[in-house]
Design a protein. Structure first.
Length: 94
């Protein structure tokens, strides 16, 4: 589902205009982003019955170029993870 389809579904289900639905969706996404950036959250943002977003750090490591087999250095990086709640898993049939 694309973002525009999601906004349209929110508008239809909530019986509100697409403009209001877009503002609501943007607000929720903005709060998740702000929560992850917040120093208080330590890189975690939990929405009770939905799940937890977290930032994980990957250490620098050595890798290999698959084409040539030559060793290369891979820089340290950060990655975003999502762990769904039990309620969300049950709702999805997992």
């Amino acid at each position: 589902m694309s973002k525009s389809e999601f906004i349209e579904a929110v508008a239809k289900r909530g019986k509100i205009s697409k403009a209001e639905a877009k503002r609501a969706v943007e607000l929720v996404f903005g709060e998740v982003e702000a929560g992850l950036k917040s120093s208080k959250s330590a890189g975690k943002f939990t929405i009770g019955t939905f799940g937890t977003f977290s930032i994980t750090k990957r250490a620098a490591r050595k890798g290999r170029n698959p084409r040539t087999g030559e060793p290369i250095k891979i820089k340290a990086s950060k990655s975003l993870r999502f762990k769904p709640s039990m309620q969300l898993k049950k709702a999805a049939g997992c």
